[in-house]
Design a protein around this ligand. Structure first.
Ligand code: MSP
Length: 511
């Protein structure tokens, strides 16, 4: 049986339209999932929508529709976006689904019966906008919006009981939280005493949520509800075999939801007697044109802006850029110039040029048939050995979820192929030594095919087109050997996969 690999994205709130942040986490997760499938792993890739809570209730009221109608509308928007990006997710979970409600209520009931949940009265500050109980200090510092004094009875989860066990787990599993800066952030956070977690909201204040199974006057706090999706989807309490096969997961999240995932969630799992996640990777944020994204600044990169870029250079470029330049460790800036320059330099010049040169020469000197190589010289042997090394490195970077380095590694190999052609000059060689030129073109095409296969998760549509042109009948993600390129195959007519983008067009458009 092949090894299993379970990866998740956060569940997106349905009170806002999808934007570059949601697209980023999801596309990176898709890329990682696709590489694992290429490796032969049995992959389970999950995304979905987070549909309960005050913000959703308010957004629905504002639009004059019921919360359920509102959720249906937004969940459909997310689904549509993911299908546009050819997302390979295995499941899409909505927290309003029956399968999820059942899991949340069963876990709550178990914890309540065991005394891990108790009732208490809270007297203090509450941020309505952020749906959070906040400390006197945070109130004084004015960190939160829309703050009110409230006195309210609620249910609490004994999260404080798990502090030491959690610290120990993090220390004993250096890869549990990544990157390193986020791990240190959580260890720093855990130096202070951990409070118990309020896991309910009174219905009189909020009705749009999962009812507590032991008190019908309350609904579940949205985070306690949403985090459990990660075990609902692979079949917790429904399909033990599936659940055991896939859990624990690798969670890909943004840095803003670090505490909920690295503290609340592990504590909940420990309380429920379940294994902790395999890894939690929290990436940085995208800024836009040098500033934090905001609607009032006009630099907000929403779905429509994303599609506009995709219409110009193809939707694959979007995921390629997210992978190459995205904020894994720190933050990254999205600028149109950088986006289109990366397209031109990596794809139009480096990759596109290579395809162009090789296909044209094979067309001209070998009637479009892949030439049979003569004996390889040390130069071709080096191309082959470097390919092997590149593959090893790509899968090492995959292990660290370092898609930046992974992408750069493949591109380095593509550049080395261009350099090889410049040194060998097959266009000159072909005029008096077709056998020697044939070997060079075979080797270059073997390298190109190999890099196209490795680029497949980053550029799935374009690489499928490339393999159709190559006409070897191979599936794009299946070719990880350099020297298995069949000679004699008739290449299809070349189409320009990455036509150069005229940067002067940017000056005349606002986006
Ligand atoms: N619903 C919660 C997650 C619950 S998971 C059980 C949530 N949703 S969200 O829609 O607000 O955000 C989802 C993700 O988008 C977060 O991981 C967040 O980091 C990411 N991004 C939102 N804006 C972003 C950027 N500008 N850049 C990169 N990612 C950012 O939180």
């Amino acid at each position: 049986m092949s090894p299993s690999f379970y990866i998740t994205t956060p569940l997106y709130y349905v009170n806002d339209r999808p934007h570059i942040g949601s697209a980023y986490t999801t596309l990176i997760a898709d890329i990682i999932a696709m590489y694992h499938r290429m490796k032969g792993d049995d992959v389970y890739f999950l995304t979905g929508t987070d549909e309960h809570g005050q913000k959703v209730q308010q957004a629905a009221e504002k639009n004059g529709i019921s919360p359920r109608e509102h959720c249906d509308l937004y969940a459909a928007r997310f689904r549509e976006l993911w299908s546009y990006f050819n997302l390979s997710n295995d499941d899409f979970i909505r927290t309003t689904e029956e399968r999820h409600v059942r899991v949340v209520q069963t876990v709550l009931r178990k914890l309540y019966d065991e005394g891990q949940i108790y009732k208490d009265t809270y007297d203090g500050w509450y941020s309505v906008a952020d749906e959070l109980f906040i400390s006197e200090k945070d109130y004084q510092e004015g960190k939160y919006r829309d703050v009110r004094r409230i006195s309210e009875s609620n249910y609490y989860f004994r999260m404080s009981d798990y502090r030491e066990r959690l610290i120990r787990h993090i220390q004993e599993h250096p890869d549990f939280i990544a990157p390193e800066n986020r791990r240190n952030e959580i260890l720093g956070f855990l130096k202070q005493p951990l409070k118990d977690l309020c896991i309910s909201r009174p219905k009189e204040r909020l009705s749009w949520g999962i009812e507590l199974p032991f008190d019908d006057q309350y609904v579940t706090y949205v985070w306690f509800d949403a985090l459990l999706n990660y075990i609902t989807a692979p079949g917790y309490l429904q399909d033990a075999e599936k659940f055991d096969r896939y859990w624990p997961a690798v969670h890909l999240i943004g840095k803003d939801i670090l505490t909920t995932h690295c503290v609340y969630w592990p504590a909940m799992l420990m309380a429920a007697g379940l294994p902790l996640p395999a890894k939690i990777f929290a990436h940085g944020w995208w800024t836009s044109e040098g500033q934090k994204m905001s609607k009032s600044l006009g630099n907000f990169i929403d779905l429509d802006t994303i599609r506009e870029h995709c219409e110009r250079v193809g939707k694959d470029m979007y995921r390629y850029f997210m992978a190459k330049e995205g904020p894994l460790q720190n933050d990254s800036d999205f600028s149109r110039e950088r986006f289109y320059q990366t397209y031109n330099s990596d794809l139009a010049n480096d990759f596109g040029n290579l395809v162009n040169r090789i296909f044209k020469l094979i067309g001209k000197f070998y009637e479009g048939k892949i030439p049979t190589p003569a004996k390889f010289s040390p130069d071709e042997e080096a191309l082959k050995a470097n390919a092997e090394q590149c593959r090893v490195k790509v899968f090492e970077y995959l292990q660290e979820l370092n898609v930046n380095a992974l992408t750069a590694e493949i591109l380095r190999y593509v550049s080395s192929l261009n350099r090889y052609l410049e040194i060998k000059e097959p266009w000159k060689l072909a005029k008096n030594d077709t056998a020697a030129a044939g070997t060079v073109l075979y080797a270059a095409l073997a390298g190109l095919r190999f890099s196209a296969a490795l680029l497949y998760p980053l550029l799935p549509e374009k690489m499928r087109e490339f393999f159709a042109m190559l006409n070897t009948g191979e599936a794009p993600g299946s070719v990880l050997e350099w020297d298995t390129l069949p000679a004699g195959v008739q290449l299809q007519e070349m189409i320009a996969l990455f036509p150069r983008f005229d940067l002067s067009l940017l000056e005349s458009s606002a986006q």
